[in-house]
Design a protein around this ligand. Structure first.
Ligand code: MN
Length: 290
């Protein structure tokens, strides 16, 4: 039995986040994926392949707050630099991941890394926001650099299948990310004609983003680069076969069954908590970042 596709989404028209991130927003508010449909994943911004010319002005987004979520950035091409009010900073490049727990509050800024910005070049990345359940919303802020060289990798078929287990677990390989609720995030590379299979909990929401190439799903649907596949919540396995060399970002997790109140960079449970977040931000309680 296979777990069937609910819908395949082409990338919606792009918009700019600051002057550095040219993103297609698949959810929320994108093409017909509701606020909680991919919970615990709340937001998916996808910077499809884009070549930036050399620049001597910084490209990115300046200091801004978050509360109630984690932001997860996966770099495919180019380099991104991060600085935050907790004092963390880091640079991620190809296949690296950064996992920032905003929790009770943080300020951060995200920019193209200096040297990359000066030279310009091909840029491709994904930013996800994972929602936090009420009991973890005010957890202390934290930053994890998850570099590819230290990653937990699942390999099979003479490495034609290679999958970075960023978070969660696959065939007894556990991801390096410290996570606060049950979810899986895998970065899959498949050589042409190789295939891999998944068997996720029926109730857990599941979506795949085709980063590169073209894949056949369940021996039935061919899905091209830059498309998002939303699966039904039903029992069954998912088989992904590469029609050519391909990369797929695998998202799966247990939905958070709580009210949701999103407002800009804050995702809380109630409007009162949103008001409190705005007040706390205005009163400097998120720390300081130049
Ligand atoms: Mn941010």
């Amino acid at each position: 039995m296979t777990r069937n596709i609910e819908n395949i989404f082409e990338p919606p028209p792009h918009h700019w986040v600051g002057n550095g991130f040219r993103v297609h927003n698949f959810f929320p508010g994108g093409p017909r994926i509701g606020l909680k449909r991919m919970s615990p994943f709340f937001l998916c911004d996808y910077n499809s392949k884009h070549t930036f010319p050399p620049s001597n002005v910084p490209r990115g987004v300046g200091s801004h707050p978050h509360r109630g979520i984690e932001t997860v950035t996966i770099a495919y091409h180019g380099k991104v630099a991060h600085h935050d009010s907790v004092g963390n900073s880091g640079i991620i490049g190809e296949n690296d991941v950064q996992w920032m727990t905003a929790g009770g509050g943080i300020l951060h800024k995200e920019y193209h890394e200096n040297e990359f910005n000066n030279k310009g070049g091909l840029f491709q990345m994904v930013q996800l926001w994972t929602n936090l359940p009420a009991k973890h919303k005010m957890t202390p802020a934290k930053y994890q650099d998850l570099l590819y060289r230290d990653a937990a990798i699942f390999n099979s078929d003479n490495r034609k299948v290679s999958m970075n287990i960023i978070a969660g677990e696959y065939k007894n390989i556990s991801g390096k990310a410290d996570i606060l609720m049950p979810l899986n995030l895998f970065d899959l590379s498949l050589a042409s004609n190789s295939s891999v299979e998944f068997n996720f909990d029926t109730k857990h929401n599941t979506g795949f983003l085709v980063i590169e190439g073209n894949v056949r799903v369940n021996d039935r649907n061919d899905v091209p680069e830059d498309n998002f596949i939303l699966f039904k919540n039903e029992p069954g396995r998912i088989v992904i076969k590469a029609n050519k060399n391909s990369k797929v970002l695998i998202m799966n997790g247990e939905p958070i069954d709580e009210p949701i109140a999103p407002y800009g960079p804050f995702v809380m449970n109630t409007q009162d908590e949103i008001q409190q977040a705005i007040e706390d931000f205005n009163n400097g309680k998120f720390g300081h970042l130049d």
